[in-house]
Structures are given as C-alpha cells and as structure tokens.
Write a protein that binds this ligand. Structure first.
Ligand SMILES: [Zn+2]
Length: 142
C-alpha cells in the first residue's frame, strides 16, 4: 500500500488523477483506487478532479499513527512537563544537524511553552510532516 503524504497537497489547488500520480509518485490506477475510497473529495460533475483541501482531510483522517515515539511522530518530550507533548500551534522549525542525514527540530511545548527539540532522520521527514499536519519551517539540510 503506497503512502500518500497529505503535506504534499495544497489546499486551494484542484488536482487531476495525473497530477496526483506525479505528486505521490504512484501509478494512476492506484490514485483511482484511492479516490474511489474518498468519493467526497471529487468535484460533483467533474469526475477525477480533486480539491486539495478535501483530499488532505480525507488522507489525514485515514492515517494511523505508527511507531509512536519514533522520529517520524510529530511529538516531543518536554523536560518540564515530563511528558510527550505536541508542538504549540503546530509550528516546528528545522535546522540541518548532520546535513543529508539528520535535522534538529525545535518547537514550543503546547502546555508550558518551554522549548523542546529532537533530532529526526531526513528519511522520516514525510512521516513527521504528515503527523504534524503542516510543513515544518526552516531547512532540513537535504
Ligand atoms: Zn511542557
């Protein structure tokens, strides 16, 4: 089952099956199967034209959190709260750490507003941003 990263879609953009196949790098039949599962993402009367916002929402609702606590999970450990926390306002800033390999991500704890950070492998960027629901700001150094 190919993974469809909702972070690659723009809200206000209409997409064709061809566009989506290119964006997600999967075959057009896979896209058609995906859209069949989410018929509400298509514009009425225009088969196979999809609005980014609708598909993003459908994909996010569909995503199961995997490997909780792994680097691809958009949560941080807050030393003050002594808990796993989400970034405040979903804002995460990336800085290259080991260019081409890992980035350092920093954010604000949603509970105490203290700063939190962790290192994330560049290959987990897609999963991290999908889990965050937003793109990170800054540079990953890839
Ligand atoms: Zn905290």
């Amino acid at each position: 089952m190919p993974r469809f990263n909702p972070a690659l879609l723009k809200n206000a953009m209409p997409y064709t099956v061809e566009d989506l196949s290119r964006i997600f790098d999967v075959s057009e039949p896979s896209i058609r199967r995906l859209l069949k599962k989410h018929p509400s993402t298509m514009i009425d009367g225009s088969p196979h034209i999809v609005i980014g916002r609708a598909l993003k929402r459908a994909l996010k609702a569909n995503q199961k959190p995997r490997n909780r606590g792994a680097s691809g999970d958009a949560s941080f450990f807050c030393g003050s709260c002594k808990a796993k926390v989400r970034p405040a306002e979903q804002v995460v800033e990336a800085q290259p750490h080991c260019p081409g390999v890992t980035a350092r991500l920093s954010a604000m704890c949603e509970h105490c507003e203290g700063s939190v950070s962790k290192f994330v492998s560049l290959k987990d960027r897609g999963a991290f941003e999908a889990s965050l629901g937003e793109a990170t700001i800054g540079e990953w150094g890839d």
